[in-house]
Write a protein that binds this ligand. Structure first.
Ligand SMILES: [Zn+2]
Length: 256
């Protein structure tokens, strides 16, 4: 299966900077996550018939040039079923078609769309079963981790998504940011372990009964959070929501 990866610049904060747009297959091709324009991406879409355009999720760093390429190519724009209006608000494009979990795009490669919430509530993965690969958007990265922040990010769902991906036994993952992941199992294990370790820290921090959320943050992270406090706060809230749902903690700040 033909795959070309095009890192394009996006005007968002880290871990943004660059997002991978992908051109997948040739008969016709799928343009995935057209986050921005580049000469190489322009050439790639001119060189072949783009039949389909979609994004793994509608965060701004994944859809920046979707409107442009929807106009410049004949590709049908696909949105997740039930999310057509939020898709249009985020991208400026009314989708031509919608597709649900387990649906297959009509192209030679048999690309299956799988619902994969966690990082975002409208996140999907494109699974190319025959090739043993998946385009995972912001579900996985080769180095570091992705943001799973409440309220749109849901930690329980993210862990389920990671475990499901692991069960597919893939040969390669194509992420939304950074290099291709050649050892999916090791990366997925690392990401799962990272979340469970942070969860344990959050649980311990709650048990120390800090006076407020700031105190909880300080205990759950022992690094300087300057500039990323809002992300850390959203992440801790996502961990708390999971722990509370599982009946494992009850977050109640100590009275001053
Ligand atoms: Zn992203």
């Amino acid at each position: 299966m033909e795959v070309s990866r095009h890192p394009v610049s996006v005007p968002t904060r880290p871990p943004g900077g660059r997002t991978n747009a992908y051109v997948i297959g040739a008969d016709p091709a799928l343009l995935l996550d057209p986050a921005g324009r580049s000469d190489a991406l322009d050439r790639a879409v001119q060189d072949r018939t783009v039949g389909h355009i979609c994004c793994t999720h509608t965060h701004p760093d994944h859809v920046g040039a979707l409107e442009h390429y929807a106009r410049e190519t004949d590709g049908a724009v696909w949105a997740l079923r039930g999310r057509a209006s939020s898709f249009e608000r985020a991208t400026g494009v009314r989708p031509d078609r919608t597709i649900g979990d387990g649906g297959t795009l009509p192209c030679a490669e048999g690309l299956e769309i799988r619902y994969a919430p966690g990082h975002a509530s409208d996140h999907v993965i494109v699974h190319a079963k025959a090739a043993g690969v998946a385009f995972v958007g912001d579900c996985a990265v080769d180095e570091g981790s992705v943001v799973v922040g409440a309220p749109d990010g849901v930690m329980r769902a993210y862990l389920t998504t990671l475990r499901r991906l692991r069960a597919w036994d893939l040969e390669r993952l194509y992420p939304g940011h950074g290099p291709v992941i050649d050892d999916p199992e090791a990366t997925l294990e690392r990401l799962l372990a990272h979340r469970l370790a942070r969860e344990e820290r959050v649980k311990e921090a709650v048990e120390e009964r800090p006076a407020d959320l700031e105190g909880l943050l300080e205990r759950a992270y022992d690094k300087d959070l300057t500039g990323v406090e809002d992300l850390a706060r959203a992440t801790v809230m996502a961990h708390l929501a999971k722990l509370e749902r599982e009946g494992r903690v009850c977050w109640e700040p100590a009275p001053r």
